[in-house]
Design a protein around this ligand. Structure first.
Ligand SMILES: Cc1cc2nc3c(=O)[nH]c(=O)nc-3n(C[C@H](O)[C@H](O)[C@H](O)COP(=O)(O)OP(=O)(O)OC[C@H]3O[C@@H](n4cnc5c(N)ncnc54)[C@H](O)[C@@H]3O)c2cc1C
Length: 108
């Protein structure tokens, strides 16, 4: 979406066709704006593996590409971004970290 059009009220929306790059307009009487889909992970580029969408790649235990570094919630590759899933994912990653620590020797 590149633009929501209208003067006193919404009358349409302009979007860019991903395949052709062409701008197209759809006439509408209203819009519903969905926010919060872009992970805030720029600072992790080159630190842990990210998907092309910027999500942190984790395994079934919340382990990232760096051994001993765990991640959980919406920012990861976990499917379905919902509160109850993120909360459970946090518990899972914490247990994953615990399991990692008890199997790792303490530094000398
Ligand atoms: C508009 C909207 C409506 C939603 N409605 C629902 C709903 O009805 N039901 C439902 O189940 N889910 C809903 N969700 C999804 C739900 O909010 C998320 O699934 C959930 O909040 C994810 O929790 P999280 O802890 O993974 O991430 P977040 O809740 O996003 O928490 C991440 C935290 O990390 C902080 N942070 C980010 N970067 C840094 C940094 N560099 N250093 C330190 N802190 C940082 C952020 O400020 C934030 O507080 C909605 C989401 C949105 C955006």
């Amino acid at each position: 979406t590149t633009e929501i059009t209208g003067d006193q009220k919404v009358n349409g929306l302009v979007y860019k066709d991903r395949a052709s790059g062409e701008l197209k307009k759809v006439e509408l009487e209203g819009v519903f704006i969905q926010i919060g889909l872009v992970p805030n992970t720029d600072w992790l580029k080159g630190v842990v593996e990210l998907t092309k969408h910027g999500e942190i790649v984790v395994d079934a235990r919340g382990q990232t590409s760096v051994p001993g570094v765990f991640a959980a919630g919406d920012v990861t590759t976990v499917p379905f971004k919902q509160i109850i899933i993120a909360a459970g994912d946090g518990a899972k990653a914490a247990l994953g970290a615990f399991d990692h620590l008890i199997r790792t020797s303490a530094p000398a």
